[in-house]
Design a protein around this ligand. Structure first.
Ligand code: SF4
Length: 497
C-alpha cells in the first residue's frame, strides 16, 4: 500500500469553475463527432502521430534497460508524491535562500492574480512566455489580456495556435492539427512583418517566426515560464525544450515568473538522471533535449534579477487524496500516451475540452475539476492499454479510467433515484446470465437477430427504444446460426454415439 499523504486540508477543493481551461463547452461524444467529420484534421493527426510513434520506438529500442528505467521513474514519482509536503517546504526554503520569492496559489484564480500583480509591479504591459501547460490550465493569457497585458507565446507551435486564435490540441505539439499550408496562411494573415512571398517550407516558416519573435525577446522585461522539474534539495527549476526560445526567455528579461504545479517536484539532482533519459525519448523521440535550462534563484549580474515561483494547487491536492487516482500526478507530460491512443488519433485534442487531452487528460481533468464536470472523459477510451505500455513512468491509465467510471456511476446513483438505461440493461443481463436455463433461452432467442444485418454481416444502428445508444457508435456482430453451446453439445453427442 502507498505511504499516507496529508497536506493539512480535510476536504481538498477541486479547480473552481469559471476560470481556466480544464472544462469544455461540450461533452466528449458531441465534440468528437464534430471532429471526426473533419477529414483534414484526421489526416494531419494520423500523419503526425505515426511519425512521432516511429521516432519514439526507434530511440526507446536503443536503451537496453528501458523497463528498469521506467520502473525507477515510477518509484521516484510515487515516493515524491507520498512526501510532497516535506519536499515542497524544502523547495521553498532553497528558492528563498537563493534570492527567489515563492508564492502559493490555491487555485487558478489566485495564481492569475499573483502573476498579474507581479507584472504590474514592473510597469510592463507585454510579457514573453515559454510554453507552459500550467499557465494554459489556469487561463493566464486570457486573464492577462483582460488586464491590458499582452502575453506573447514564443514556442513555435504555441505561436501558431495564438496567431490562429485557436486552442492547443496536444500537450507537446499544440498545433498538431495544423498542416504547413494552414500555418503559412496564418502567418501571412497575422504577422505584420511576414514576407508576402512566404512559402510553406518548414525552414522558411521557422525563419519567419524567428524574425517575428527576435524583437520581442530583446524588448521584453518580464518572462513567464512553467517548469518541467523543481529540485527540492537546491531550489533549482528546470525547463527542457527544442527551439531555444525558452533559453531566451529564461535569461534575457529582468524579471522571471515561473508557474509550476506542485507535483513537478523531484527530491534531488540525481533524480534527473532518470527523467532526462525518459522524457526526451518518450516525447519528441530524441535521445536528449536540445535545450535543458536550469536556474537557481538569482545570480547577480547574470540573467533575471527578480525571480518568482508560483506553486499551483488547483485541484492537485484533491487528486492526491484519492489513492486510486493519485498516480495521475506522476505524469511528466511527455505525450507518449496521446500518440499511441486510437481515440486521440481520430478525435484530436479539442474534443477533450480540457488543455490536457488524450489518455492522461481523460484521467487528470475529471480529477482536477471533480468528476461531474468532466464526466464523459473517462469513457473516451477503448481500454486497449496502449497508453500504459507507452508511459515512461508506468501510469496505469486503464485501471484509473475504470475507477473514474465507477466513481461517476456512484455519483449518479447517489444523486438520482431512477437507474440509468445502461444500469437497467446491466441488471437484466445479470439476471439472465445467473441462471443456465434463462441464458440458454436468451441465446436461442438472440438468433432471431439474424434477420438483421444480412447485407453487411453486422447489425448497424437500431431505432429507439432498442439498443440505439449502443449501436449508434458500434456495429453488433450478427448472431451465428449455431451457438457455441449447441456446437459443443452436437460434438459431444457425436463422440459418444
Ligand atoms: S501519462 Fe505517461 S505517457 Fe501520458 S503524458 Fe503522462 S508521462 Fe507521458
Amino acid at each position: 500500500m502507498a505511504e499516507p499523504v496529508l497536506l493539512g486540508m480535510p476536504t481538498p477543493p477541486t479547480s473552481p469553475r469559471g476560470v481556466g481551461n480544464l472544462r469544455g463547452d461540450e461533452t466528449f461524444p458531441i465534440a468528437a463527432r464534430a471532429a471526426l467529420g473533419n477529414a483534414q484534421l484526421r489526416a494531419n493527426l494520423g500523419h503526425a502521430t505515426q511519425t512521432i510513434r516511429a521516432k519514439r520506438a526507434q530511440v526507446v529500442g536503443e536503451v537496453p534497460g528501458w523497463e528498469a528505467l521506467r520502473e525507477a521513474g515510477r518509484q521516484l514519482k510515487v515516493h515524491t508524491m507520498a512526501n510532497l509536503e516535506r519536499y515542497l517546504v524544502q523547495l521553498e526554503e532553497n528558492v528563498t535562500a537563493r534570492g527567489g520569492t515563492v508564492h502559493w496559489a490555491r487555485d487558478a484564480a489566485e495564481a492569475n492574480e499573483i502573476v498579474t500583480d507581479l507584472i504590474k509591479a514592473t510597469g510592463s504591459d507585454e510579457v514573453v512566455k515559454v510554453k507552459s501547460m500550467a499557465t494554459q490550465e489556469i487561463g493566464l493569457n486570457e486573464h492577462l489580456e483582460s488586464q491590458g497585458i499582452a502575453a506573447i507565446e514564443t514556442d513555435l507551435a504555441e505561436l501558431i495556435v495564438q496567431l490562429g486564435h485557436d486552442k492547443p490540441s496536444h500537450i507537446l505539439v499544440p498545433a498538431i492539427h495544423r498542416n504547413r499550408a494552414e500555418i503559412r496562411e496564418i502567418f501571412l494573415r497575422e504577422m505584420a512583418d511576414a514576407d508576402p512571398g512566404l512559402t510553406d517550407e518548414p525552414a522558411v516558416l521557422a525563419g519567419a517566426a524567428r524574425k517575428h519573435l527576435r524583437r520581442k525577446f530583446l524588448s521584453a522585461r518580464v518572462a513567464i515560464s512553467g517548469a518541467n522539474f523543481g529540485i527540492a534539495e537546491t531550489g533549482t527549476l528546470g525547463v527542457v525544450e527544442s527551439e531555444g526560445n525558452g533559453r531566451m526567455c529564461l535569461t534575457l528579461p529582468q524579471t522571471l515568473i515561473t508557474v509550476m504545479g506542485i507535483e513537478k517536484l523531484v527530491p534531488s539532482w540525481t533524480d534527473l538522471e532518470v527523467f532526462l533519459q525518459l522524457l526526451p525519448r518518450s516525447s519528441t523521440g530524441e535521445r536528449m533535449n536540445p535545450y535543458t535550462s536550469m536556474w537557481t534563484g538569482i545570480t547577480p549580474g547574470d540573467g533575471p534579477q527578480d525571480f518568482h515561483l508560483v506553486l499551483l494547487d488547483n485541484g492537485r491536492t484533491a487528486v492526491l487524496s484519492d489513492e486510486q487516482g493519485r498516480d495521475a500526478l506522476n505524469c511528466i507530460r511527455c505525450s507518449a500516451c496521446l500518440n499511441v491512443c486510437p481515440v486521440y488519433e481520430r478525435a484530436g485534442g479539442h474534443a477533450y475540452g480540457s488543455v490536457y487531452p488524450g489518455p492522461i487528460g481523460a484521467v487528470l481533468s475529471p480529477q482536477l475539476t471533480g468528476i461531474e464536470d468532466n464526466a464523459s472523459l473517462p469513457y473516451a477510451s477503448s481500454l486497449c492499454g496502449a497508453c500504459y505500455d507507452a508511459c515512461p513512468v508506468k501510469i496505469d491509465i486503464p485501471s484509473m479510467l475504470v475507477h473514474l467510471r465507477a466513481a461517476h456511476v456512484e455519483t449518479h446513483r447517489a444523486e438520482h433515484r431512477l437507474p440509468t438505461a445502461e444500469s437497467a440493461v446491466m441488471a437484466a443481463a445479470a439476471w439472465v446470465m445467473s441462471d443456465e436455463s434463462r441464458w440458454t433461452a436468451a441465446v436461442r432467442g438472440a438468433r432471431a437477430g439474424r434477420v438483421l444485418g444480412r447485407k453487411r454481416g453486422v447489425i448497424g444502428p437500431l431505432p429507439l427504444p432498442l439498443a440505439s445508444a449502443w449501436t449508434g457508435s458500434r456495429d453488433v456482430p450478427r448472431p451465428p446460426k449455431q451457438s457455441f453451446r449447441d456446437w459443443w453439445a452436437a460434438e459431444h453427442d457425436r463422440e459418444t454415439s
